[in-house]
Design a protein around this ligand. Structure first.
Ligand code: COI
Length: 355
């Protein structure tokens, strides 16, 4: 991910919170943390429900060294984005889907979760309170990071006695330092991302740090990201460390089926729908790494990533190249999805929530 220095370093933050836009270098947003004005926090004890959430100034939180999240990784997160329209209205994309997925993730990690209404309401409050940090149209989006963690103290292995749900936000541009340029992926064979019965299918925080070793190694070799294979046969495509993967051949588009080891991406699901609307035949199933040689195009999808074309995949020393640029399927699907999210075309699916 582009971790270029925060645009805040190049510009002073305005102290007038009523300004329409925060004082940022909006033309140079990467995917780095920019502290904003407010965050949302809601707590509950084990066995109880979340209630009485509220906004507070953005800042550090206090955690016991013995908290469940710090010691045993009891946590799950979400990612979604808000966009600003020319008329200043703010748009969220399918926030109910994030609420449902967080519920599933929390359940897998033995944590309580907010109701769908609580989640969506908290999202709206957080985005509205940070309105001046939502980039101008065409300059990026406000990335929203909801998080649930076992914040209570627990010394022996077990579910924490207290939970914290919080939401923070940051204005972002492109996820990869490549911007919208094609990605070069490396097929990882030493390390696995997920295995049967594990947590690969949910957005547990524990799914991500174990991938850092492979990711860092691939980046040091000049690749954009790694592509994982299934841990049993080391033959079938699973996902990239930060996004799902699609393969295009003629009019057919395929993506690995979400069978417990693959994250059910909301962008993934939306692209499947959009592709079917455009007349493509979309299949969720098994795709072997050897089949890539016959692919016309490959692309990745994710909230942070969006729809990113893949220019090459390197497997066992062989670099396979794919079509990218104008007139590609991925670009057609990318434009449609972006237009829906930004309110530039009619939302016939009821995906957009205006706030
Ligand atoms: C997202 O796309 O929102 C994610 O959570 C991926 C993360 C690695 C940035």
């Amino acid at each position: 991910a582009s971790t270029a220095s925060s645009p805040l370093k190049q510009a002073c933050v305005s102290t007038n919170r009523d300004d329409e836009f925060a004082n940022l270098d909006w033309d140079n947003l990467g995917f780095g943390m920019v502290p904003t004005d407010y965050m949302y926090i809601m707590k509950c004890s084990k066995g109880e429900s979340f209630e009485h959430g509220q906004l507070s100034n953005f800042g550090n939180i206090e955690l016991s060294p013995a908290s469940g999240v710090l010691n045993y990784g009891q946590g799950a997160y979400e990612g979604t984005k808000a966009y600003k329209k020319e008329d200043g209205r703010l748009l969220l994309f399918r926030p109910d889907q994030n609420a449902i997925r967080l519920k599933n993730s929390a359940e897998r990690m033995c944590m309580p979760s907010p109701s769908i209404d609580q989640f969506v309401d908290a999202l709206k409050q957080t985005v509205l309170a940070n309105k001046r940090w939502v980039p101008p149209p065409g300059k990026g989006s406000l990335y929203i990071r909801p998080l649930i963690m076992g914040s209570g103290e627990i010394l022996g292995l077990g579910a924490a006695p207290e939970y914290t749900f919080l939401i923070y936000v940051s204005p972002v541009g492109n996820y990869f330092k490549e911007g919208l340029a094609p990605l070069n992926l490396y097929v990882e064979e030493e390390f696995d991302r997920a295995s049967r019965g594990g947590t690969g299918g949910v957005k547990s925080i524990t799914n991500y740090a174990p991938g850092l070793k492979a990711l860092t190694r691939a980046k040091n070799r000049g690749f954009s990201d790694v592509l994982y294979l299934d841990s049993t046969n080391k033959k079938n495509l699973e996902e990239v460390s930060s996004c799902n993967i699609f393969v295009v051949k003629g009019n057919a588009i395929s993506t690995p089926a979400t069978n417990g080891t693959i994250l059910a991406g909301i962008t993934r699901k939306s692209i499947i729908d959009i592709a079917r609307d455009h007349g493509y035949q979309v299949e969720e199933g098994t795709i072997t790494v050897d089949e890539l040689i016959h692919a016309d195009e490959v692309f990745c999808t994710g909230t942070a990533v969006g729809v990113a074309p893949v220019g090459s995949i390197t497997y066992q020393g062989t670099r396979m190249e794919f079509k990218t640029g104008a007139q590609t399927v991925s670009q057609q699907l990318y434009f449609t999805l972006e237009a829906i999210k930004k309110g530039l075309i009619e939302d016939k699916k009821g995906w957009i929530v205006e706030i």
